[in-house]
Write a protein that binds this ligand. Sequence first.
Ligand code: AMP
Length: 192
Amino acid sequence: MSVNIILLGPPGAGKGTQAGILTQSRGMVQLSTGDMLREAQASGSEMGKIVADVMAKGQLVTDEIVIGLIREKLGQGGSAFIFDGFPRTLAQADALGDLLAEMGQSLDAVIELRVNDEVLVDRIVGRAEQARAAGQPVRADDNAESLKTRLMAYYKQTSPLIGYYHAKGLLKAVDGLNEIDTVSADIAALLA
Ligand code: AMP
């Protein structure tokens, strides 16, 4: 199925979880700029070093860097993409539209995962505790201070995309407060 979608929502809304489920159930391809940036850091690349501090603080890295990452991935071809954590600014949204058009593809839906701030704090703190308990590395930005900055970045820079995609007739919303299975069933129904 060649449908390209964006999962939109604040940190902790469940974008990564739902993208993982769509990858399994539909063979879609998850493109997470957060994962790509963390990989760049882990590999010790120059770019990884440049973004490390900004990411740990919970701020957005530059449009140029993330658009470059997405351009590179899309340049490898393919279809049925789930954009997870991208776009996060209007400039990124415009760039994504252009890149898909160059490939002769389009965006089919933007799914907003609606949640409230209290649950986000619990989920992010829970994610850090789970990682700690499992002896896995805890994300440098999964702490109360960075979360505040990440939420602010979401409301200021990313939430305007809700109106942007609504105007294009692409926006659909699901209740991200529900159980994981319910959310994935709601998303499946939207894509049916
Ligand atoms: P995420 O894993 O999506 O929560 O992203 C983790 C961090 O990576 C964010 O807080 C930003 O610092 C950075 N990041 C990820 N995606 C983007 C993006 N599209 N634009 C700017 N910064 C991003």
